[in-house]
Ligand binder design. Structure first.
Ligand code: ADP
Length: 493
């Protein structure tokens, strides 16, 4: 690329970088720390600004009023002096009093003007209007005997007091004006101090919020780290927070969730390896059988038939496994709708027994069905039939020749109880805990001969749980097993 091309490329990249930077900054502003900071800032600084504005206004009003009172007092005092000394009619005394007026105008930093009833200026401390007339509504009002006060925008205070003679007749007026200076300097000093204070407060708030955020968000960062690790697949990671605050509770909930996830993951892995193992066995049998047929020369028809029969039975076994897996997967669906109907459990069990009778006869096993009650139940007929059928079939399959199966149907006002008891091989205590696990078989070799897939009891268990019921097993080796199933008469969703 030429140098020109390179600069062009840089020129294109610059705005992109700027946009990215701005985006990163905006994203940074969305963090909890910044939100906390801005909220604190708003809560602490805005009231400061409002207070500041109000204080300056109140202070200005107060100072102006104080000065206005002082000027009112000066105007009244001067008017009284004029009355007492006969200032208006006695020119000799006027000179002496004028000096006094000069002195007090200087000491109050005010301008004093005295006018007669014609508004002619007899005295002006600034010596500007002497001999002239001054007019204005305030002077007219004072000459009518009423004190007049004004303050204009330029902070000029004007106080006009009437002068009375000894008979209480208005003979003139005293005008006192005073421009309040120095307030702007005072206010700019106040503003400077306040801005400094607010900046300091903002800084203090920032430091305070950073510390608080650090303290508050430490557990949050811990949780964030742990959840990121967990989501990356490190299911052994846990949130280590002690305490009883909301963060600790969140940590606990995440830990529980991860425990569950880990269990599900282990179960899933086990399930997948079980499925592949279960399918691998018949597949390798088929391979061995078919290969031996392929490699043998001049195989007799009988042998062919025998081998093909074996292959077919392995295929049947695989079909059974796949079908039962499909049933289980369907039962696993969270939103599985139960196809509810009302049916007689007596009739259903009679049919189940009828269907399994040939198998029982084949093994010389007798079945006894005790119906203590006529029970109608609201449930998914197909699924319950399969669940109970599995129990009865097992009671036959894992029985001893000449053994016995007893089925009992009873109910109370809430639940139905189906007991399936056999006099078979029984299950030892260790295996009783695993019996409802998928693909679990007590004696793998022997059970495979019986055609078992190790999925029947999982299906039964799952179905009963879906109906909000329970299943209990009591068993003793070499004596037999008893399964008691409880199902609510009416389904509660
Ligand atoms: P399977 O298709 O192998 O029968 P199940 O899930 O129904 O699968 O049963 C799992 C295992 O539990 C069986 O392989 C068997 O070893 C044992 N089992 C089930 N029912 C009984 C019973 N009534 N008596 C003795 N063992 C039983």
């Amino acid at each position: 690329m030429t140098a020109d091309g390179l600069t062009k490329k840089k020129a294109i990249q610059l705005p992109i970088k700027l946009v990215r930077g701005a985006r990163r900054l905006l994203f940074g502003l969305r963090t909890l720390r910044w939100r906390l900071f801005l909220s604190y800032l708003v809560v602490s600084i805005i009231p400061m600004f409002i207070l500041w504005g109000n204080i300056v206004n109140i202070l200005e009003d107060h100072l102006m009023e104080e000065r206005a009172q002082e000027m009112r007092f000066l105007s009244n005092q001067t008017a009284h002096l004029a009355t007492d000394t006969d200032y208006m009619s006695n020119p000799i005394i006027r000179d002496i009093i004028n000096r006094e007026m000069f002195a007090s105008s200087r000491s109050h930093q005010a301008r004093i003007i005295v006018v007669d009833t014609m508004a002619m200026v007899l005295f002006d401390s600034l010596m500007v209007y002497g001999g002239n007339t001054v007019a204005g509504p305030g002077i007219m009002q004072a000459l009518e005997g009423v004190q007049h006060s004004t303050v204009n925008d330029g902070r000029l205070i004007t106080e006009i007091a009437p002068i009375f003679d000894n008979e209480n007749i208005v003979v003139g007026a005293v005008i006192v004006t005073h421009r309040v200076a120095g307030l702007d300097a005072l206010f700019s000093e106040i503003n400077r101090l306040t801005i400094g204070f607010i900046a300091l407060l903002g800084f203090a708030v920032a430091v305070f919020v950073m510390l608080i955020a650090q303290w508050l968000l430490r557990p949050m960062r811990h949780i964030l780290y742990a959840t990121k690790e967990i989501s990356r697949g490190h299911l052994e990671e846990r949130v280590n927070l002690s305490g009883k605050d909301e963060f600790s509770q969140l940590g606990l909930a995440i830990n529980n969730m991860t425990d569950k996830l880990a269990r599900v993951e282990t179960a899933r892995q086990e399930f997948v390896s079980n499925v592949s193992h279960e399918l691998k066995t018949p597949l390798s049998s088929i391979k061995v059988l078919s290969e031996s047929l392929i490699h043998q020369e001049n195989v007799e028809g009988e042998v062919y038939k025998e081998f093909l029969t074996d292959i077919t039975s392995e295929v049947d076994r695989m079909t059974d496994i796949v079908n039962e897996l499909l049933t289980l997967v369907r039962l696993d669906e969270v939103e599985l709708p139960l196809n509810l109907s009302n049916f007689s459990l007596n009739k259903m069990l009679e049919e189940v027994i009828k269907r399994l009778k040939p198998l029982a006869n084949q093994r010389e096993i007798s079945i006894d069905f005790a119906e203590l009650r006529q029970v109608n139940i609201e449930a998914d007929e197909m699924k319950i039939s399969l669940a109970l059928s599995n129990l009865v079939e097992n009671a036959i399959k894992y029985n001893n020749p000449g053994g016995h199966v007893k089925i009992l149907l009873d109910a109370d006002h809430k639940n139905v109880f189906v007991t399936v008891a056999d006099t078979g091989t029984g299950i030892n205590e260790e295996n009783q805990a695993k019996i409802f696990t998928r693909f679990f078989r007590v004696d793998k070799g022997r059970d495979r001969e019986t055609g078992g897939t190790g999925l029947g009891l999982s299906i039964t268990h799952k179905t009963i749980l879906l109906h909000k019921g329970s299943i209990k097993l009591t068993s003793k080796e070499e004596e037999g097993s008893t399964f008691v199933v409880r199902i609510p008469l009416h389904h509660r969703s």
